[in-house]
Design a protein around this ligand. Structure first.
Ligand SMILES: Cc1cc2nc3c(=O)[nH]c(=O)nc-3n(C[C@H](O)[C@H](O)[C@H](O)COP(=O)(O)OP(=O)(O)OC[C@H]3O[C@@H](n4cnc5c(N)ncnc54)[C@H](O)[C@@H]3O)c2cc1C
Length: 379
């Protein structure tokens, strides 16, 4: 095992959140981002919708609410300053029929309570038809600050900035052990490189932004995953999200906004909705499926849910037919929520120079630069 120079901060995990934190912290600290995969963000950060969320649904005052609201303009500003493609497409949350009106009113109430800018209720059928001629709905809540961003280019821009500020990026290095050094001297972080050799680095502080594996890294430090003695519950569940793409170009191009039915929070998601990426491709989803503990994560597309997607989408896209869609990407949500349980907030927990980021599901990408600011105040 070889020893490396000392660091101020070792960041475990190079997804969009770990990288955003490194951008912020590398202004004043010597740090390394340690990522086990061959490139950054190959897990949750590249298997998502790429939506810059507005902060509409989350409980008022929660981290999801406040960090999303703060992160939204930060992300647009970053994208503008660093040439990352982003588009303010706007989003329509729709009441498909009169039965959905009560849920839509609830969404509106929550958006108002959260102080989300640029929200407007549209009930005029003519205006709705003009905005989205192919979408069936009786009313819609329009969100002007919702948009999309190119996640891969965003992470590349973060990586460039970290290196420009003198930070180190260690790809293909998997953290295998983290130990506290005696007398508050920091941490010894062990990692395995691509040749199988073990390296150790000492760091004054550790940021755990390992996403789906954040609990594994906490366990390396001996924290009880079910909580206790000043430690919050750290154990995560995994919820799979599949997408289907609208491959009929005429029907896809007819859509101009992100279109969401009223949400299905209890199932762990927002219901099968329409997103349009920065390249103009149109996606349906993600749906929700709770995985058993330890179930393997397979990012390959399957075609098991075509009928379900079609039925969900046809409620508001009545012209959609089975051959108009094809299986798309798959992503996995790291959740602190239990199946059927109440929505859980992000966890940003600090213990003696260790910062744990838990349950960083949506809107984690939107909130990334705001999470980074929060983490910087802790370290
Ligand atoms: C289906 C889906 C749709 C979503 N849509 C949106 C959206 O539209 N808008 C939005 O704002 N958010 C969205 N999100 C949420 C967003 O994608 C996440 O919040 C964000 O990507 C989390 O980033 P992260 O850096 O915390 O995690 P990750 O991207 O998972 O990064 C963690 C990294 O840690 C690495 N790692 C793990 N263990 C180790 C180890 N021991 N050593 C070294 N490296 C390690 C992993 O390889 C990984 O690269 C969505 C999520 C999903 C699943």
């Amino acid at each position: 095992m070889s020893a490396s120079p000392e660091l101020d901060i070792a960041i475990v995990g190079g997804g969009v959140v770990g990288l955003a934190c490194a951008v912020e912290l590398s202004r004043t600290r010597q740090l390394a981002v340690i990522e086990r995969r061959e490139r950054f963000g190959l897990e949750t950060s590249s298997h998502n919708s790429g939506v810059i969320h507005a902060g509409i649904y989350y409980p008022t005052g929660s981290l999801k609410h406040t960090l999303c609201l703060e992160g939204n303009p930060l992300l647009y500003a970053w994208a503008d300053a660093h040439g990352v493609p982003s588009v303010r497409l706007g989003k329509l949350i729709i009441a498909v029929d009169d039965d959905d009106r009560a849920s839509l009113a609830e969404v509106r109430r929550q958006a108002d309570a959260n102080g989300v800018p640029g929200m407007r209720l549209i009930e005029d059928r003519g205006e709705l038809r003009e905005l989205e001629p192919s979408v069936r709905c009786v009313a819609a809540l329009y969100s002007a600050s919702t948009g999309v961003i190119d996640q891969t280019q965003l992470m590349a821009s973060f990586a460039r900035e970290i290196e420009a500020r003198g930070g180190w990026l260690a790809l293909k290095h998997e953290v295998t052990a983290v130990d506290r050094l005696p007398e508050g001297a920091g941490f010894a972080v062990r990692m395995r490189g691509p040749d199988g050799r073990e390296t150790a680095v000492e760091a004054q502080a550790v940021l755990n932004s390992a996403g789906l594996r954040a609990p594994d890294v906490a366990a390396m430090l001996g924290y009880p995953l079910d909580g206790g003695e000043g430690v919050p519950p750290l154990r995560q569940t995994v919820n799979k999200g599949r997408y289907y793409d609208i491959v009929d170009t005429r029907k896809a191009r007819a859509l101009r906004h992100l279109v969401y039915p009223v949400p299905e929070h209890a199932k762990g998601g927002l219901g099968v909705h329409v997103t349009i990426d920065v390249g103009g491709l149109v996606h349906l989803g993600p749906d929700t499926e709770w995985l058993d503990d330890g179930a393997p994560l397979d990012y390959r597309a399957d075609d098991l849910r075509r009928a379900d997607f079609l039925a969900a989408a046809q409620r508001y896209l009545p012209a959609l037919e089975t051959d108009d869609i094809a299986p798309g990407q798959v992503g996995y949500r790291p959740k602190l929520q239990r199946p059927g349980g109440p929505i859980a907030d992000f966890l940003i927990w600090h213990d003696r120079s260790y910062v744990h980021l838990g349950g960083i599901e949506s809107p984690g990408m939107t909130a990334s630069l705001a999470i980074a600011r929060r983490v910087a105040t802790l370290l």
